[in-house]
Design a protein around this ligand. Structure first.
Ligand code: TA6
Length: 303
């Protein structure tokens, strides 16, 4: 049972970690160590960049993203919480919840013995959140930066009644050419197809390839996914804990053009693989309880 209060704001940072301002003058945490570089905006606890030494940038960022307080950043790893997609009953509320547009607090920076650095940010309920989602909560986002990337979203329920939420680490991966990529790990998995009126189908045995707008919620899967990218000559492996859904998305040309913050030419260079708990796989946390969603990403260069 967890009744810990929200962590206090960090008062200092460690070597290789700098408090800075990023695009739009938004406050951010810059990481630059012998193992990797990265950038995390306090707005949305949004990991925008991660580049392990010796590799190309792993995360995709739109060149036309907005960087404004209260607005989502297009690319990197948006935290979708406490709902996924449009709000079921209140369409006026922000898509994918309010976590990705809230001002998070830098709670801690930690140097690990193996040279990785760990950054924790926290978010707790306030009057704004309570108007959208009437629960007391403490959310802690922890990112561990090294040759691999670890991300964790822990949500605690300090209240007296259970609450239920959806969540996704909505990771945008940079790829050389999405039409030449393939995703392994989802064979035989049932998915909800958002391009075909939420029709449920079963993925075939062949690796998932992209030939048009793709927006699929794979359900009841805890499988690791491998994104093969023959153009950038690398394989990105995504393993996860505490997640039973995986979302795969590419908007393709028309949808990309329709989104002001998505650069029109950007869609061939990205693919989303999102570790999630959505729809029938939403999470319920009892009073005093907590839930942890964890993701580990590694990059292997092709010989
Ligand atoms: O994860 C895929 C998805 O749900 C798509 O349907 C699309 O809406 C995408 O997320 C991006 O959503 P956003 O609100 O960031 O434009």
């Amino acid at each position: 049972m967890s009744t810990d209060p929200a962590p206090a704001p960090a008062t200092s940072v460690i070597p290789g970690v700098t408090l800075t301002t990023g695009a739009g003058g938004l406050p951010a945490v810059a990481i630059d160590t012998p193992l990797a570089s990265a950038l995390i905006y306090l707005s949305g606890a949004h990991l925008a960049r991660w580049r392990p030494r010796g590799h190309d940038e792993v995360l995709w960022l739109s060149t036309t993203s907005q960087y404004l307080p209260g607005k989502p950043i297009r690319g990197g790893v948006p935290l979708c919480w406490p709902w996924f997609g449009g709000h079921a009953q209140r369409p006026e509320l922000p898509a994918h919840g309010f976590a990705r547009t809230s001002a998070w607090t830098l709670a801690a920076t930690e140097a690990l013995p193996d040279g990785r650095v760990r950054i924790s940010l926290s978010l707790a309920n306030d009057a704004d959140s309570s108007r959208m989602w009437p629960h007391a909560f403490i959310a802690i986002s922890t990112v561990t930066i090294g040759e691999t990337l670890e991300m964790e979203l822990v949500v605690r329920n300090p209240g007296t009644t259970p609450f239920t939420y959806e969540e996704a680490l909505h990771t945008y991966f940079a790829v050389g050419e999405v039409r030449r990529c393939a995703i392994h790990g989802l064979a035989g998995t049932t998915y909800i197809d958002k391009v075909r009126a939420l029709q449920r189908s079963v993925e075939g045995q062949a690796p998932l390839a992209f030939s048009g707008e793709t927006d699929r919620v794979y359900v009841d899967t805890t499988a690791a996914c491998r994104l093969e990218d023959p153009v950038l000559k690398r394989t990105i492996t995504v393993t996860k804990e505490g997640s039973k859904a995986t979302v795969v998305w590419n908007p393709w040309a028309a949808k990309a053009k329709a989104m002001k913050d998505f650069d029109d030419e950007g869609w061939p260079g990205m693919a989303c693989i999102e570790s999630a708990n959505v729809a029938e796989l939403a999470i319920t946390v009892p009073p005093g309880g907590e839930h942890r969603l964890g993701v580990r990403i590694s990059v292997q260069r092709h010989p």
